[in-house]
Ligand binder design. Structure first.
Ligand SMILES: [Zn+2]
Length: 99
């Protein structure tokens, strides 16, 4: 199996499989995930690097990144109103069960 050795912006040396690397922005950059930094890293790809990546089997497109540990911060926060709605829903269900 081909292993691509890359260095992230913080100097971590990472061995990646071709499917863990992606060519982006029309072949001018490539991207991968550094587990040490817990960050997606973007690197500039000159034509020589691009050729190496492509011959290793790296495809163009979004990288297959691991599932992030943190919650989706763009999701709406759980508010007191949500809790009240939840209770109403529970009561409705209970009434349905009792009727
Ligand atoms: Zn790193």
């Amino acid at each position: 199996m081909t292993i691509i050795r890359v260095t992230c912006d913080s100097g971590h040396v990472i061995d990646l499989k071709p499917e863990e690397v992606s060519i982006i922005e029309g072949g001018t950059k490539f991207t991968f995930f550094c587990a040490e930094c817990a960050l997606g890293i973007e690197k500039r790809a000159d034509p020589k690097i691009l050729g190496i990546l492509q011959s290793a089997g790296v495809k163009e497109g979004p990288a297959k990144l691991p599932e992030p540990d943190q919650h989706d911060v763009s999701a709406p926060a759980f508010t007191e109103d949500d809790l009240i709605d939840f209770h109403f829903t529970m009561d409705d269900d209970l009434e349905e069960l009792l009727s």
